[in-house]
Design a binder for this molecule. Structure first.
Ligand code: ADP
Ligand code: MG
Length: 364
């Protein structure tokens, strides 16, 4: 569906459930799909522990199950109901919802990426039309299907000095480089919080390493760190993207027989080094960090040590670091309605700027 109107804007609610499996971010935004007209309320609905465990199990099962698997369908229904609750948490009406869903499998090399979520159910529960399935068209056309934040980052940063680097640290970390001449380069850099979250769950019984204290209590093992960074992913040029579990086997090997503290320190260094090692076409004026990883003081310290330029949380320029990805899918929903590109050759490797997303009307 394509809507072409002059000067029209939409009230959109974006929903993001990232690879960290921590919960659902919801954010309200008014936009015409090119400019951000107004930010609105944002909220996070944290998953119940058993739901997080079910999602974690689904990531492992995804390569082996079909779309009609009963366990998958049950988790998808619960996930969708939780998303409807998250819409309500914003306390705002909207014209459109951008529903990312939960990625349970990401294999762009096989033209496959899989986000679960029942768009028809969400539209019915929220009584608002939904745009969903944002990544499928891109991977079908040979793109990476990720990251999708760069065009939103460019709109957000329209008036900021360039070159600029934006780093988002979720379960997986991704960067957007914005050049002086409008150039946009992006990729997933490697793991973000994911491996540390798994370690914290295992040894601390907590879903994440609060403020990075666990990682700060250990010492980086340089040999193991080098082994992690020897993975061929890091030598490949952007665009490139990752599955949450790409490094699982390697990480298990590289942390074997380390104390939990040293394993945490080494995994934090792994994520930070993977971010700072991506070659950039020019030195950015500053680095802006979004996503839950910016709350991890150890990761932030490592980024500050490695970058030669100032590193700030995105709040320094007035953005909302926990809502940015949800705002992104509000923005992309409107771009989808307008038939505007969601991805570019420089962001996902898609052969030409490409729109995407599917429209789901309300069926009561
Ligand atoms: N206070 C904190 N200290 C350390 N890490 C944190 C803190 N708050 C959140 N995080 C990290 O942020 C993650 C969630 O970040 P988020 O941006 O939602 O990622 P995703 O998009 O993958 O869901 C958590 O899993 C955790 O690792
Ligand atoms: Mg999250």
């Amino acid at each position: 569906m394509t809507i072409q109107t002059q000067g029209q804007s939409w009230r959109a609610i974006g929903l993001m459930s990232g690879t960290s499996l921590d919960g659902i971010d919801a954010a309200w935004l008014q936009t015409d799909g090119e400019r951000i007209i107004q930010f609105g309320p944002a909220a996070t609905l944290l998953y119940e522990d058993d739901m997080r465990a079910d999602l974690r199990r689904l990531l492992d099962l995804a390569p082996r199950i079909g779309t009609d698997d009963p366990f998958l369908r049950a988790v998808e229904q619960r996930l969708t109901r939780d998303h409807a609750l998250a819409v309500g948490l914003t306390g705002q009406g909207a014209d459109i919802i951008g529903f990312h869903g939960q990625t349970i499998l990401h294999q762009p090399e096989h033209h496959r990426t899989w986000q679960i979520g029942d768009a028809a159910l969400l539209a019915r529960l929220a009584r608002i039309p939904v745009v969903h399935d944002f990544r499928a068209a891109d991977v079908a056309a040979g793109g990476q299907g990720a990251p999708l934040a760069p065009i939103f980052h460019a709109a957000l940063a329209a008036n900021l000095p360039k070159p600029l680097l934006i780093v988002n640290i979720g379960g997986v970390a991704n960067i957007t480089f914005l050049g002086e001449d409008g150039e946009i380069i992006a990729c997933d850099t490697g793991p973000g919080n994911g491996p540390l979250d798994d370690l914290a769950q295992k040894y601390l019984g907590t879903p994440y390493d609060k403020d990075g204290a666990f990682a700060a209590s250990g010492r980086v093992n340089p040999v193991r760190l080098a082994a992690l960074l020897a993975h061929p992913y890091f030598a490949a040029p952007p665009p490139k993207s990752l599955d949450r579990l790409t490094f699982s086997a390697l990480i298990a090997q590289a942390t074997a027989n380390l104390s939990p503290e040293d394993a945490a320190a080494t995994l934090a260094a792994f994520s930070a080094t993977a971010i700072t090692a991506v070659p950039l076409p020019a030195l950015p004026q500053q680095v802006l960090v979004s996503g839950g990883g910016r709350h991890n003081a150890t990761l932030m310290r490592l980024l500050r040590q490695a970058f030669d330029v100032p590193v700030h949380k995105v709040e320094a320029v007035g953005w909302h670091g926990d809502a940015l990805e949800a705002q992104c899918f509000a923005f992309l929903a409107v771009r989808s309605l307008r038939g505007l590109p969601l991805s570019l050759p420089g962001t996902t490797g898609v052969p030409r700027p490409l729109t995407g997303g599917r429209y789901q009307r309300v069926i009561l």
